[in-house]
Design a protein around this ligand. Structure first.
Ligand SMILES: Cc1cc2nc3c(=O)[nH]c(=O)nc-3n(C[C@H](O)[C@H](O)[C@H](O)COP(=O)(O)OP(=O)(O)OC[C@H]3O[C@@H](n4cnc5c(N)ncnc54)[C@H](O)[C@@H]3O)c2cc1C
Length: 497
């Protein structure tokens, strides 16, 4: 067990890569039963565990490299590692009682344990702060009751972080969110239903009924409020999404290039066609953007940092990287044609497995709106309503705003319709990502890849600006059936039966 812990990182990650290659080649990305244990069993998760408990010491670059190595072979496996690392082990190392940490980390380092986080409830997903799962003091600890669903590794994880609100004397629920460290020995979590998920079959999901007793030391201690702790955890996790994106995008790029060279259509390799090159360039731009995000994250996401104020970079990175993962997967599927629609082909599963990344840990539509809200607030503070002028002085964008001054030369004010806030958030997210690419280029990254990526990103921003500028408040007509059956509106010269 854990034979690689303590060896130098290059051989650690090399061994992991080789083991995963053997496990997954010729296998669907979701593996077969037992794959998770075999893949992560030899200490892969130790990068998320402090050194004093037998881990590798929580260096962000090592955490991202493990996620990347996993996602080159299997995006679902990388999500398993991401859930365990960012949503369980890192929070426990920061906020849990020392004894609880010692006991928990021992299970991970020496016994291959798995963990997860339960926030979402059937009636409260996006508005998680309204959750109904509650706890109250009982004896020397707490009684916690509620229903949670969609916790990754439902029924499979031996350890859970449970989130709940405190019952007050009057029976109402406090505003703060509290975290508890649960393990199987405590009992009281019953899987009421397993979901038949569309993708990510490696990870069981379902609905859990919870009625459990937790000793007092299982309650985590926030450094400020419970909501601040929740934001610290969620933002750190969002900042580390590019680790999961990195190997996935590199693999899509490798497969895309290999396929375009080897497949002949009309006497030419696909790679000779201009539209094919456009799609490959898009996948490559996604690879470069994701690389820049990984580099950026290493300087902000350490457990020693408070990530709760990092909403802007965290929301930007999570929403943009998951959007480009999904578009890159769609492009690869288009390029491989019908072969990609087989369940055992990487391209189709890449589309299905990457899709929920745009939904979980903050639905992208909402995150884009929040990005715009944050930027509009800063603009108001500076009394500047011209976007181009503002972005030219705003720290996360000032180095790239000059690359497209005319495109951004319009004014934006508070009070925009929500759909425009979302469009604007998409634009801002891509401009901030572009600056991360430029920063990485200045540190010596390949100029051809960085410049291609910047050109592709500007192309995307221009099309988003077009959508933003198009004024419309079209809403769906709900009772649309009357008078909308096409067969009643045929042209006069239609052929009569
Ligand atoms: C594969 C997968 C893994 C997951 N893993 C976990 C996990 O490990 N732990 C966990 O606790 N949860 C997990 N979840 C749950 C996930 O976080 C929730 O699905 C998510 O928060 C959205 O909640 P919901 O499904 O209830 O959707 P809703 O809250 O009903 O929202 C549905 C959609 O409505 C729209 N919407 C919502 N609010 C607004 C608004 N104010 N304005 C405009 N549009 C809006 C958005 O498009 C949103 O996507 C997972 C989900 C999936 C699919």
């Amino acid at each position: 067990m854990a034979q690689h812990i303590g060896s130098d990182f290059t051989s650690f990650i090399g061994n992991l890569g080789r083991r995963l290659e053997t496990l997954f080649r010729g296998q669907p990305a979701n593996g077969s039963p037992g794959t998770v244990e075999e893949a992560l069993g030899e200490g892969a998760l130790s990068v998320f565990i402090p050194e004093r408990f037998g881990g590798r010491g929580q260096h962000v670059d090592e955490c991202l490299s493990v996620l990347e190595t996993c996602s080159y072979e299997s995006l679902p496996l990388s999500l398993v590692a991401g859930i365990n690392g960012a949503l369980f082990l890192q929070p426990v190392s920061k906020y849990a009682d020392e004894e609880v940490q010692a006991r928990t980390f021992d299970r991970f380092v020496n016994h291959g344990a798995l963990g997860g986080l339960m926030i979402t409830e059937p009636d409260f997903g996006t508005d998680a702060l309204q959750m109904r799962t509650s706890f109250r003091p009982e004896g020397d600890g707490y009684r916690l009751r509620g229903t949670k669903h969609w916790g990754g590794l439902t029924g499979r994880a031996d350890h859970w972080l449970l989130t709940a609100r405190e019952e007050t004397e009057g029976g109402s629920l406090g505003r703060n969110i509290n975290f508890f460290v649960w393990d199987r020995d405590l009992g009281g979590i019953e899987v009421a239903e397993y979901y038949d998920s569309l993708g990510l079959e490696m990870i069981p999901y379902g609905r859990n009924r919870i009625d459990t007793y937790l000793p007092a030391e299982r309650r985590m201690t926030p450094l400020g409020s419970g909501v601040r702790m929740l934001l610290d955890v969620l933002h750190r996790s969002r900042l580390q999404f590019p680790g999961m994106g990195m190997g996935f995008l590199r693999r899509l790029l490798d497969e895309g290039i290999r396929h375009a060279r080897g497949r002949f259509v009309g006497g030419h390799p696909l790679a000779d066609y201009d539209q094919v090159q456009s799609r490959l360039a898009e996948i490559q731009a996604a690879y470069t953007t994701c690389s820049a995000m990984c580099a950026y994250t290493t300087s902000v996401a350490g457990v020693e940092n408070d990530c709760s104020p990092q909403a802007l970079p965290a929301n930007t990175i999570k929403s943009v990287v998951t959007d480009i993962m999904q578009s890159a997967a769609q492009s690869l599927l288009q390029l491989v044609g019908a072969a990609g629609y087989r369940r055992d082909h990487l391209a189709g599963s890449a589309v299905v497995d990457s899709r929920p990344f745009q939904i979980f840990e903050g639905s992208n539509d909402i995150l884009y709106q929040q990005i715009s809200e944050a930027v509009l607030k800063s603009m108001k503070r500076l009394k500047e309503s011209n976007l181009s002028r503002f972005l030219g002085v705003f720290e996360p964008t000032k180095r790239v705003a000059g690359r497209m001054p005319k495109d951004l030369d319009f004014s934006v004010e508070a009070g925009l319709p929500q759909r425009k806030m979302v469009d604007l958030g998409r634009i801002l997210g891509r401009i901030m990502s572009m600056q991360m690419v430029l920063d990485m280029k200045d540190r010596g990254y390949r100029e051809d890849l960085a410049e291609n990526c910047i050109i592709m990103t500007i192309r995307e921003i221009r099309s988003l600006v077009g959508s933003f500028a198009h004024a419309d408040r079209t809403a769906a007509v709900e009772d649309y059936r009357d008078g909308s059956a096409w067969s009643a509106f045929l042209p006069d010269n239609h052929a009569e039966a």
